[in-house]
Design a protein around this ligand. Structure first.
Ligand SMILES: Nc1ncnc2c1ncn2[C@@H]1O[C@H](COP(=O)(O)OP(=O)(O)O)[C@@H](O)[C@H]1O
Ligand SMILES: CC(=O)OP(=O)(O)O
Ligand SMILES: [Mg+2]
Length: 401
C-alpha cells in the first residue's frame, strides 16, 4: 500500500509518500509560505534530484494539488497516477480527551477536531485545512488522523489536573494534555531498541526540542508527565512561545497594557520565547551564531533556554525517582551540539557525563553521546513522526477494509 502522510501547519505543508510493503519513503517534501507572495515547494524524490519551485500558492488545496502534480511528474515523479495513493495520514496536535489513539476521518471526527480549535489555535485549524484539501484532491481515499496528545492520555489524574476549581475540568475539560506524543513515543521505543533493554524497565526523559518544544517523563514505556499543558504554550521556553510563567503575569500585563484576549494570546504564542529575549530571531542557529559573535541578547536568550530545559530534566528525574536515559530529538535536539553540551554539563549530580567528541558527530542515525562511565545514557535520536503516522494509518485502513 502506498500512502501519503501530511503535516499541515498554518503556512506550510510537510509530506512523505510511503510504500508500506517495506516502509520505504518514495518521496518527501515541503510547501512553505502558503498565502504569502512567493510560496516555495521543495520536492525530494528518493534516488532522484531534489526540485524547488517558487510560485503563488494561496491556500492548502492548491498546495496539495501541487504536491500531487510533483508526485506524478514525468521527471521528478514517483507514481504513474494519483490513484496509486491508497490512504492519507494527517498529524493533528490536539485530540482532547476524546481521542486516545489515531482514528479514521469521518464527519464526526472532523467536527470533534474543530471543537478543539481553542486548545491549539496555532495547530488544529491548519490540520483541518490539510484534511479538507486532501479530501478535495483525492476523493474517496481513506484518511486517518494521528494526535500529538494521544500518547499522553496515560497520565494520572494527580499529574494532569491543575490545582484550580474542579468545575473547570468538568465543564471545559481544562487539564494538561501535552503534545509531540508521536515523537516522544517513537524516540522512547527506539532508545530501548538501541540500548537493547526492555522499554518496561526504563525511566526515560525525552527532550523534543524544535521550534515548539516539550519534555516527557516516559516510565515503563508510558507517558507519566509532560511539559506542555492545556495548550502547547506551557513548559519550555520555545522559538516564539514563552513556556512557563506566573499566570498572574497574564492578567497583570492585560490590565497595564490594555490588551485583549487575542492580543495577549498572540504575545505569548508568537512574540515571546527566544525571539523576544534575543530581539532578533526565534531560530536556535541564529541564537548560537549571535552568542559566538558576542551578542549579549542572543547570549541571554540561550542561557535562559538552557537553564529552563535543565530545570525540567531535574524535575522529571525527581518525578520518576531517577532517570536511566535522556534522549535529545527534533530540530534543536538533533542538531545543536552546544545546547546538548551546556545542558549536560550541569547534570553532574545525576551522574551524566557526555563525551565532547561523540557529541560533535553529525549523523542521521540514533547515537550515544555519553561516556561509558556516565550513570545516565544520553542519546540523540532523530524523530520520525511521519513513520509513526504512516504505521497507524496503514493499520487503521486495513482494519476498516
Ligand atoms: N544545525 C542546527 N543547529 C541548531 N539548531 C538547529 C539546527 N537545525 C535546525 N535547528 C533548529 O531546529 C528548529 C526547528 O526544529 P523542528 O523540529 O523542525 O521544528 P518544528 O517541527 O517545530 O517546526 C529551528 O528553530 C532551529 O533553531
Ligand atoms: C505542538 C507543537 O508545538 O508543535 P510544533 O513543534 O510542530 O510547533
Ligand atoms: Mg515539529
Amino acid at each position: 500500500m502506498k500512502l501519503l502522510v501530511i503535516n499541515a501547519g498554518s503556512s506550510s505543508v510537510k509530506y512523505q509518500l510511503y510504500d508500506m510493503t517495506d516502509e520505504s519513503v518514495l518521496a518527501k517534501g515541503l510547501v512553505e509560505r502558503i498565502g504569502m507572495d512567493s510560496s516555495i515547494l521543495t520536492h525530494k524524490p528518493t534516488g532522484k534530484e531534489e526540485v524547488t519551485e517558487v510560485s503563488e500558492i494561496l491556500e492548502h488545496t492548491t498546495a496539495i494539488r501541487k504536491v500531487l502534480d510533483k508526485l506524478i511528474d514525468k521527471e521528478c515523479g514517483v507514481l504513474a497516477s494519483v490513484d496509486e495513493i491508497q490512504a492519507v495520514g494527517h498529524r493533528v496536535v490536539h485530540g482532547g480527551e476524546v481521542f486516545k489513539g489515531s482514528a479514521l476521518v469521518t464527519g464526526e471526527v472532523k467536527s470533534e477536531i474543530r471543537r478543539l480549535f481553542d486548545l491549539a489555535p496555532l495547530h488544529n485549524p491548519p490540520a483541518v485545512l490539510g484534511i479538507t484539501a486532501a479530501e478535495k484532491n483525492m476523493p474517496g481515499v481513506p484518511q486517518v488522523v494521528a494526535f500529538d496528545t494521544a500518547f499522553h492520555q496515560t497520565m494520572e489524574e494527580k499529574v494532569f489536573l491543575y490545582p484550580i476549581p474542579k468545575v473547570l475540568y468538568k465543564k471545559h475539560h481544562v487539564r494538561r494534555y501535552g503534545a509531540h506524543g508521536t515523537s516522544h513515543e517513537y524516540v522512547s521505543k527506539v532508545a530501548a531498541e538501541y540500548l537493547d533493554r526492555p522499554l518496561e524497565d526504563l525511566k526515560i526523559i525525552t527532550c523534543h526540542i524544535g521550534n515548539g518544544g516539550s519534555l516527557t517523563a516516559v516510565k515503563g514505556g508510558v507517558s507519566m508527565d509532560t511539559s506542555m499543558g492545556l495548550t502547547p504554550l506551557e513548559g519550555l521556553m520555545m522559538g516564539t512561545r514563552s513556556g512557563d510563567l506566573d499566570p498572574a503575569v497574564v492578567t497583570f500585563v492585560m490590565n497595564k497594557e490594555e490588551l485583549s484576549l487575542s492580543e495577549v494570546n498572540s504575545m505569548l504564542n508568537k512574540h515571546s520565547g527566544l525571539l523576544a529575549i534575543s530581539g532578533s530571531s526565534s531560530d536556535m542557529r541564529d541564537i548560537t551564531d549571535g552568542m559566538a559573535e558576542g551578542d549579549p541578547n542572543a547570549t541571554l536568550a540561550f542561557e535562559m533556554y538552557e537553564y529552563r530545559l535543565r530545570k525540567y530534566i531535574g524535575s522529571y528525574a525527581a518525578a520518576m525517582d531517577g532517570v536511566d536515559v535522556i534522549v535529545f530529538t527534533a530540530g534543536i535536539g538533533e542538531n545543536s551540539v552546544v545546547v546538548r553540551e551546556k545542558v549536560c554539563e550541569n547534570l553532574t549530580y545525576l551522574g551524566v557525563e557526555v563525551d565532547p567528541e561523540l557529541n560533535k558527530i553529525r549523523s542521521g542515525e540514533p547515537r550515544r553521546i555519553s561516556t561509558p562511565n556516565s550513570k545516565v545514557e544520553v542519546l540523540v535520536i532523530p524523530t520520525n513522526e511521519e513513520l509513526m503516522i504512516a504505521r497507524d494509518t496503514y493499520r487503521i485502513v486495513q482494519e476498516n477494509q
